[in-house]
Ligand binder design. Structure first.
Ligand code: BGC
Length: 393
């Protein structure tokens, strides 16, 4: 193709802005990339995000579909640093809490957007026993261990591999957690694949294998605010959770071991209810959680992957539906957000300006004989999938 033809072809498939690039210099490589992009339904763009004090290079990947959804993932902590979805007027806006620099993500923060492991949620007093041997974890949420430890999966650097094709694009992250890292036995090889589809759903596939018996409970810790107005609490969001039962906790947020009926309690979200409707009710569990910070026992566990929960913001019209194959979901109403951490463009994240829907096994399962097991043995494949589906109504 001569340069002129190439340029005409370029005009027909790409925007005028990128045409300049197409028509300058040696075109071979750029042209191929651009042509490929034109046929790709969901694109991925890699960029440098920053460098850790140890000299590790951190990348950011932007996955973008043709329906106005964009997700940015950084290789530090596998963090979703930005997620934009359209409102009912078709305007794409930010819906997750995040920072705008690696420095800020590296400072203490409540797991904004991060991948959580090796064990998401709490383990009582940081102790558990496998085959008669007791393991001790760091106490990072006095008196318990929380979210995999101070240097858990949210603070490690993942390697990334892109995959494109069909109606989606994926970023497959990998991390090898060494035997006894953060106190957990076994070398654990972990893959987390984020897939953006062209129907505005984001799938998160978690996979792991071990060479020694261990415990695993992986999750994703994005804080959503579907209104996109992060100066506003999420109390108006209407939540549904497909769960007849709750995992009640003690004063340190460790399960008591019972599973209690949600009927006639502030924890009944079987029909859509605003977060704020009963969060202020006189209720022992709400008192312990300082609001909602509990794991619900999801219904239909025998069905595997199924609808688990939803959140709806009437102002923007955004609806988020969560699907999972996991037995539980932690609904956390951002009770510990306290106005100390900076928003992306000025201001700070105040009390309850974001909520989490963390699909997972019940907290402290390694110490609760009646809870579904979180043990992973050598030769077994840990494989679980959660999807965040966005739409408007
Ligand atoms: C926990 C909260 C905790 C938050 C941030 C949530 O998953 O349930 O208790 O404060 O993570 O650390």
């Amino acid at each position: 193709m001569n340069v002129l033809k190439r340029c005409i072809y370029g005009i027909s498939i790409i925007s005028i802005a990128s045409m300049n690039v197409q028509c300058k210099g040696d075109k071979k490589v750029e042209e191929t990339t651009t042509e490929a992009k034109a046929t790709e339904v969901v694109t991925i763009e890699k960029s440098a995000y920053g460098t850790t004090p140890k000299g590790e290079k951190i990348d950011s990947y932007k996955l973008k579909n043709q329906k106005g959804m964009e997700v940015d993932i950084i290789t530090y902590g596998g963090i979703i640093s930005s997620l934009k979805v359209p409102n009912k007027a078709g305007k794409s806006e930010e819906v997750v809490i995040g920072f705008n620099s690696l420095d800020q993500y590296m400072k203490a923060n409540p797991y904004f957007g991060a991948l959580i492991g090796r064990y998401g949620n709490r383990i009582a007093k940081g102790k558990f026993t496998l085959d008669g041997k007791q393991y001790s974890l760091a106490i990072n949420n006095d008196p318990n261990a929380l979210h995999g430890g101070p240097e858990g999966f949210h603070r490690v650097v993942w390697t990334a591999e892109e995959a494109k094709g069909g109606d989606s694009a994926s970023l497959k992250l990998k991390y090898v957690s060494k035997d006894m890292e953060e106190g957990y036995p076994g070398n654990l090889t972990v893959f987390v694949t984020y897939t953006l589809n062209n129907d505005n759903s984001l799938d998160v596939l978690y996979e792991a294998t071990t060479d020694k018996k261990t415990v695993v409970n992986l999750t994703q810790h994005s804080y959503f605010n579907l209104s996109s107005d992060f100066s506003k609490p999420i109390l108006d969001h209407e939540i549904t959770i497909d769960a007849d039962k709750l995992v009640p906790v003690d004063a340190t947020l460790i399960p008591t071991g019972e599973l209690t009926d949600v009927t006639n309690t502030p924890f009944d979200f079987r029909k859509a209810k605003a977060v704020g409707a009963a969060i202020g009710a006189k209720d022992d569990q709400l008192k312990k959680g300082l609001g909602y910070d509990h794991c619900w026992v999801l219904n239909n566990q025998d069905k595997g992957y199924r609808f688990a929960a939803s959140a709806y913001d009437a102002g923007s019209g955004r609806l988020l539906e969560v699907y999972t194959d996991q037995p539980g979901i932690q609904f956390y109403s951002g009770n510990f957000l306290d106005g100390t951490l900076p928003m992306r463009n000025g201001g700070t994240y105040a009390h309850r300006t974001g909520f989490c829907l963390e699909t997972q096994h019940y907290p402290d399962s390694p110490n609760q004989k009646d809870f579904p097991s979180t043990i992973l043995n050598p030769g077994e494949n840990y494989k679980t999938k959660t999807s965040f589906k966005f739409s408007v109504k």
